[in-house]
Design a protein around this ligand. Sequence first.
Ligand code: NAP
Length: 306
Amino acid sequence: MTAAFINGTKIAEDIKIEVARQVKDLSRRGVQPGLAVVLVGDDAASSAYVNLKAKTCEQLGIYSRKLTIPSTVTTEELLWEVRKLNDDDKIDGILVQLPLPKPVSKHTILEGVDPQKDVDGFHSHNLGSLLLGHETLVACTPLGVMELLYRTGVEIEGANAVVLGRSDDVGKPQAALLMHANATVTICHSKTRNLPKVTRQADILVAAIGKVAMVTQDFVKPGAVVIDVGTNKVADRADVQRLFGDDEVRWKDFEKRGYVWAGDVDQRAVKEVASMLTPVPGGVGPMTIAMLMKNTVKAARIRRGL
Ligand code: NAP
């Protein structure tokens, strides 16, 4: 069997078209959704993500504001900036780009965001609401994974779903969403015994561990749907060769940037056993941004009682 690749780029484009339509509808009612993105420090990757988010807002007609804050900021000072955004009526969604510099308390900052503007879905109020099955703002990446499953017609109800990873931003909300969609869910992590035996039970396997190509063929039941959330930089020539062989596109990327992106799944091996697989890049990544836009519009509607 050779897996069909799930085209996240295409599905994300469809979602963005839908969001642009919703933004137009709202503008007829005098509302323009607004997103504020807070960037602390000058990390190149974070800065690139933030710029991409701002550009996507612009494309869809969403107002966007970028706050660049020096890495020397204290937790108190950053909290003050977040609170100003909480009180700003033009802003419906607030995203604090992670990671934050070490001395800043991530927990304090994320809990400082007004839950109604928490388009990342990281606030404990929103995570708790998700667990209770209430309508709420949900983390963009797991939400994007659900859209990929829905829009490719994967049967979730009754399926065995295994989520590999239990982080607050991906694994935990992912497991809750799959459970609410009536899958039978198992969560795995670094202390799980005999991991491949557990993951081989999965009809749907979501890998979110941040370990390059750790999910090999023996982790996957033949015919399973495999979602690769991992986004890992591979900068070693020998690793690129091992993972991608003579793949021209990867080598072109490597020569241009000095690294390539790889997922948590050994894609070349797993595509021989899975029925569907998300590529990296071009799978879950574009969905995360599309869902951020969708969440911003949702937050605008909720906050304005529409
Ligand atoms: P994280 O916070 O580092 O969590 C990693 C999870 O994987 C933890 O629960 C950890 O277990 C588990 N884990 C680590 N090594 C393991 C091993 N050898 N065996 C079993 N479990 C293991 O990472 P994250 O934020 O969830 O992100 C995971 C990956 O997704 C990263 O590559 C990240 O870049 C990517 N990501 C992509 C997007 C996107 O838009 N495409 C968005 C978010 C994240 P313990 O809890 O036991 O430590």
